[in-house]
Write a protein that binds this ligand. Sequence first.
Ligand code: FES
Length: 137
Amino acid sequence: MAYSDKVLDHYNNPRNVGSLDKGSDKVGTGVVGAPECGDVMKLQIEVEGDTIVDAKFKTFGCGSAIASSSLATEWIKGKTIDEALAINNTQIVAELALPPVKIHCSVLAEDAIKAAVSDFKAKRAEEASKHTEGAQQ
Ligand code: FES
């Protein structure tokens, strides 16, 4: 199977590989696995207000999964968390020209974005409830 030029570009020069501080209140972490192949993707976002100011990923998986997560981090940087949630795997498939057998690799990236955002939202909700409790004391 031939990879598209865009997949090869992201595979050879992945953007935003690395990790953010998982313990930070501003960082949301999503870790997802693909049942089809056992590949695993970790995607992290750093949020200021409602804007994603940084994103990093680490993917143990195929070339398409690496390219999908690299592209996803590029797309979500500078977006609001709601805009990031609107990204879906079909956009990734189209951009990278993924063949049908590689569609699940793009689903992994969509799921990783959603998991990172929900982790961040859970942290923010927890912080907000701490502050409310503090105010009541
Ligand atoms: Fe499973 Fe690509 S083959 S993530």
